[in-house]
Design a protein around this ligand. Sequence first.
Ligand SMILES: Nc1ncnc2c1ncn2[C@@H]1O[C@H](COP(=O)(O)OP(=O)(O)OP(=O)(O)O)[C@@H](O)[C@H]1O
Ligand SMILES: [Mg+2]
Length: 498
Amino acid sequence: MSSHKSTNIDDLVEFEENIELPITNKTHKIKKSSSAKLSLQKKQKLTAIKSRIKRATAKKRISKFMKSTKPQRQSAFLNAICSDSGICIGFGKENKKIKEFFDGFSFTYANPEVIRIGSTSVNGFVNEISFERLGYKSHGILKSAKQRYSDNLFYEYIVGTYFINEQKKYFPCFVETYGCYKYKDTNAYNEFEYNNSDSITKKYKYKTITDMQNKLIPIKGFSDGLKESCIQPTNIAILIEHVKDARSLEHMLFYTSEFHTDDLVTTLFQIYAPLSHLKDNFTHYDLHTNNVMIFKPFQNGYIRMHYHFNDSDIISFDTRYIAKIIDYGSSFFMDPKNPEQNSKSFYDLLCRKKECNPKNKAPCGVNDGYSLFNPKNVHNYILTSQRNMSHDLRLFRLCNKNTPIIDKIIENIVYNGDYGTPEITENAFNPKNGINSSINNVTDAYDILKSIIRDELKYTNYDFASKNKQYYSKNSKLKKMGDLHVYFDGREMKYESI
Ligand SMILES: Nc1ncnc2c1ncn2[C@@H]1O[C@H](COP(=O)(O)OP(=O)(O)OP(=O)(O)O)[C@@H](O)[C@H]1O
Ligand SMILES: [Mg+2]
């Protein structure tokens, strides 16, 4: 053992034989008898190795500890930063962490109970599912279909996961899609549908989460989902973000006196600013007052919203309401970062799937809730596989609530029927014409709302800024809770609470 190499090995062997690994907090001893025999050089090497191993072992212990306590730490963090998960999810704050904490909202952390929201409609029914882990809670909405011809929920899931979930990082007006499932069998479907059909809100409890999980099978992958969606469209259910204490815009307009003219202006602005930005990439095609939910994050508080068009062009206003668009089952989409991912390519794949097109001829999927993709049979100008930047003005037209400024704009919206209109790509809003401008498409809608908020709209003496200030920042009963920044240059939205 005379070579330099073997001396090192000697050192190590001796070291391992004589050092206690730092399993506990005890100090680590080297046997005096053997250390005395070591040369000075050996001693130095030993000390170096000892401290290296000590560091490595400590690192391993810390990492083991961190791993085993990760859920607790995550829970403590979320409770401190996002005590109300509904608010954080609604503002896109710590969204990723919350989702990860609940294992992607798989049913692992679901409570085994199903709570019905509303009653079964012509198209389907909606249940609320609650999630809980280490005392931290969140909610989801499980949406199911009733009719074979209702918009296919698998497509709604695709719009969500391929388009909306990304846009939701930037714009607060969208809701996230979490998952897609199929009911195990008719019994499972019936349990979720009938559990409380005779009352407004009632719970149905399963004995264990496994009992509930057994009823819903996760869809694995695109191809499997597409196939299942055509075999039995009503068997599909999707899990989406729950809009906390949601009221529809319809309800707010006609039954809530506190929802005043300014709130309607800013609600429409929250919708049409993103829709204008995405006019080539997204058309909702079913945008009406029951497909916009109004989220009121704070009982007695408001938020200051800032829309940053670029660094010098910012629109700010106060509001207690965040508008959320739901129900993407008829929507056209084209992913801006990946344009070949779009509704048309979805339709092409659908037509190649034998379960969706058994006779291998168009119209494919027509009896499976995919009829709005068929270019040969278009009703109300809805063609899911194609953009229409005028169609979503339908919502604006339905906001007729005897608020003179909005009603005046509605008079000038160019719209062909009650449920749809052909696309007009030319913009008509002209600041010179002010309130008398024609409104041809979502960009015109956004432009006119922007000029109201900036108090620049001609031929009207409506003073938005002072009214907004009067109602919110000068109202002693309402407290400012935070600032929400929305950007149009690719930066994700940011919520800063006070
Ligand atoms: N994410 C959500 N958060 C809270 N409530 C929701 C959510 N999604 C849906 N709802 C409630 O369920 C209802 C029906 O949902 P949705 O509009 O998506 O389905 P639909 O297919 O249009 O059914 P319907 O024919 O009843 O409108 C909504 O009007 C709303 O009351
Ligand atoms: Mg709806």
